[in-house]
Ligand binder design. Sequence first.
Ligand code: PLP
Length: 437
Amino acid sequence: MSETGSTTSETTDATDTTTRPGRRRGRDDGKFGRYGGQYVPEALMPAIEELTDAYERYVLNNEDGFMDEFRERLADFGGRPTPLQRADRLSERYGRDIYLKREDLLHGGAHKLNNALGQVLLAKYMGKERIVAETGAGQHGTATAMAAAHLDMPCEIYMGERDINRQRPNVFRMKLNGSEVTPVTAGRGTLKEAISETMRDWATTVENTHYVIGSIVGPHPFPVMVRDFHAVISEETRRQIREQTGGLPTDVVACAGGGSNTMGAFTAFVDDESVALHAIEAGGSTLEVDEEAGVAPNSASLFTGDEGVLHGARTKLLQDSDGQIMESHSVSSGLDYAGVGPELAYLVDEGRVTPVAVDDDAALEGFHRLSNTEGIIPALETAHAFGYLEDHTESLGDRVVVNVSGRGDKDLDAAIEETDKRDLDNAPDMSMFTEGI
Ligand SMILES: *Cc1c(COP(=O)(O)O)cnc(C)c1O
């Protein structure tokens, strides 16, 4: 891939994003310090330029009332606003106020609908007639399929062969909603290859097709556009916590894969220097990498990654010393990605966001703790944030918001398997599941 187009440049503009109000970061040129940009093949530039124009008109300037319709549909179809709930038992356990932003209660059971609905609606306003998307674990695919059915748009979803076999219920959900699911056999047959395949489709069908990317990754304008669609999470949180407590939180905690629920939960607080922002990554089984095998048994690209280019943007990546992308791993498939959004990489370098890696064991304990203390079964991705809460309590202030990015129904099979492998203090007795009655 080569870098093309007028808005791209290898050089760093030092005056760049730091002086602008937070909400506008990256909106003009897609650069976050030296991260971001548009590293795409020539064939994709027309699509990227058309999308940038549409983003500016409809999302930033509310042309034709686009943002009004988006907010209305988020409310009626999506169920927004989601509650901000004080977690009484966790608050008692940690000796500070713990609040939960309940994105698990958004339609579909995760934050992902905010972005999928925004982009499918944008495609309609652009006069597109077809949606393509990629999915790894299937969560973004199901959100896109729901939005496409809701807005009457034909939809094709690329998914790695291996992921299709691992995520059958999600594949069925997409098909129930009328989407086509196309297997990708290249490489390992997972998310990275599915993204590349979707970009190839888009390059040849751009006239009538929009590509709904699933996180704050990819070439400009995707990272800012996806962030803006998810910003509703922190906008609501800011209003809700002030109504409930009269002030701002001391800390906001969110898990980070690509980082879309993360930036959604952070954005309205970035300019509030008193609010500490914690991005919790998948530490997997260990932070040590096996260069020879090309494997990083984690997904901690913010914490351990090096600068490079993947899927159209410069960011922090899991790569070996030759710049080859490494295979990542996490107990939660939704965090299992070798890159991270360029804006998060930038905010980490600036010292505004603190990245922390939480390993599989601690995440699984967090999964059980939230389930048995608060009656909320979280997604395994989300569970990493609760692993952090337990192990880093002393680094948090007295009013903490945790973004509950999704619910755990999709993960029950994985949770049975992973719990059975471990000797966890806070898990139920597993013999009924593993040995039969
Ligand atoms: C997809 C997913 C994530 C990870 O994606 P981000 O872009 O990092 O937010 C986290 N939590 C849940 C529930 C997800 O479905």
